[in-house]
Design a protein around this ligand. Structure first.
Ligand SMILES: *[C@@H]1O[C@H](CO)[C@@H](O)[C@H](O)[C@H]1NC(C)=O
Ligand SMILES: *[C@@H]1O[C@H](CO)[C@@H](O)[C@H](O)[C@H]1NC(C)=O
Ligand SMILES: *[C@@H]1O[C@H](CO)[C@@H](O)[C@H](O)[C@H]1NC(C)=O
Ligand SMILES: *[C@@H]1O[C@H](CO)[C@@H](O)[C@H](O)[C@H]1NC(C)=O
Length: 369
């Protein structure tokens, strides 16, 4: 009797074991099937967009091989992430807080600074002042725009200090010096608008724009030259203002907006000729568009300004106080959508791109002849 029971038990056990094995096998098959579908789904996803509409033949790619439909030639400018070719090595994303930053920096403007030396000390910087980190993929591409006239001496210091800082910050960036041609009244904000457009013409993947005066050098490399959810003000504690923000709505010196933030405020005003006011107008635009200013810690946002005499043809603009009362009225018609200028020369130097432009003159300028 017990032997009979033992035999039955043994058979039942074997059957259960077999069932288990079968179950496992089915599970494995199902798993790989789902996995393959998953892959096919993603290759379909990355092959979407106009490139597929243009080449209907490429849409037959439920084909499990690597998606070849994302031909490099038809890449969308808005989608740089879809661009790396199949042979390009895939680098990890750059870290949010880059290792190797040194913090507080010693900044001084006494020793002469030949450009050859700056070039020698920044071997990774390519023609036009372009740089890409060799070991990671940055989330943003940053165009640094510098409004400029007759400040070669300052520019040398700026390049000497900023290239190593930006490299340590693991940025993909380019430096654009927007040189106002002629000796008419200077117009900082209009030059910045020109820089935005000209940088994008050169590389449509720029999605972050940092606007910096040529005489301002950060004293701490933890002040990251990147864009965020809100427009960013970097130069919050300058030596000339006793390392304090001069007033709550101050947005001058060095600031940064991403592409959509910049377009949302119709860029910067073109009608502020001479010194002052344009940064307050930009601040008003940002507030009117419902955005807020983001700033670094006061201990980190410190800047040294290279001392200089007031430039000729950049006298304080007497209209600035009345103009900034009217931002709400002027911002729609005066901005990036209405900027008129003529590029006279684009010259790619080893450490920066020099763009010389004719931006005209103030309307009140006495007509000649
Ligand atoms: C896969 O796609 C390639 C071209 O992209 C095509 O030549 C090949 O026939 C396709 N294979 C299958 C199984 O559809
Ligand atoms: C993918 O496209 C490139 C160029 O368009 C071609 O050279 C290559 O052979 C293609 N690879 C496959 C697997 O079809
Ligand atoms: C720019 O910032 C806005 C928020 O202000 C964000 O929604 C958008 O994704 C950002 N765009 C880019 C290209 O980073
Ligand atoms: C940029 O180019 C203009 C025109 O050639 C030249 O006058 C100016 O000195 C250049 N600026 C710099 C910083 O090299």
């Amino acid at each position: 009797m017990s032997r009979l029971l033992g035999g039955t038990l043994e058979r039942v056990c074997k059957a259960v074991l077999l069932l288990c094995l079968l179950h496992f096998l089915v599970a494995v098959i199902l798993y790989f099937d789902v996995y393959a579908q998953h892959l096919a789904f993603f290759s379909r996803f990355s092959a979407r967009g106009p490139s597929r509409a243009l080449h209907p033949a490429a849409s037959s790619s439920t084909n499990c091989s690597r998606p070849n439909a994302t031909a490099p030639s038809s890449g969308l400018p808005e989608a740089p992430s879809a661009r790396p070719g199949p042979t390009a090595p895939v680098l990890p994303p750059c870290p949010d807080s880059p290792p190797g930053l040194v913090g507080r920096l010693l900044i001084e403007f006494t020793s002469p600074m030949p450009l050859e030396r700056v070039q020698r000390e920044n071997p990774g910087v390519l023609l036009g002042g372009r740089y890409t980190p060799p070991d990671c993929t940055p989330a943003q591409t940053v165009a640094v725009i510098i409004p400029f006239r007759h400040r070669e001496h300052h520019l040398r210091y700026w390049l000497h200090y900023l290239h190593p800082i930006l490299r340590r910050q693991r940025l993909r960036y380019g430096i654009y010096v927007i040189n106002q041609h002629g000796e008419d009244t200077f117009n900082r904000a209009k030059l910045l608008n020109v820089g935005f457009l000209e940088a994008l013409k050169e590389d449509s993947t720029y999605n972050c724009f940092i606007f910096s005066d040529v005489d301002l050098v950060p004293m701490d490399d933890r002040n990251l030259y990147r864009c965020g959810d809100q427009p960013r003000h970097f130069a919050i504690a300058m030596d000339k203002f006793g390392f304090r923000l001069p007033y709550a709505g101050y947005f001058g010196g060095v600031s940064g907006l991403n592409k959509s933030q910049f377009l949302r405020i119709n860029g910067f005003p073109n009608e502020y000729w001479g010194w002052g006011g344009e940064d307050d107008d930009i601040f008003n635009r940002i507030s009117l568009a419902g955005m807020k200013i983001s700033r670094p810690d006061i201990r980190i946002g410190r800047y040294r300004m290279i001392k200089h005499d007031r430039d000729k043809h950049n006298e304080p603009n007497p209209q600035r106080f009345t103009k900034i009362q009217n931002t709400k009225l002027t911002m729609k018609r005066d901005g990036i959508g209405s900027v008129r200028y003529q590029v006279l020369e684009v010259s790619r130097q080893p450490l920066f791109t020099n763009i010389t432009v004719d931006i005209g003159r103030p309307p009140s300028w006495p007509p000649r002849g």
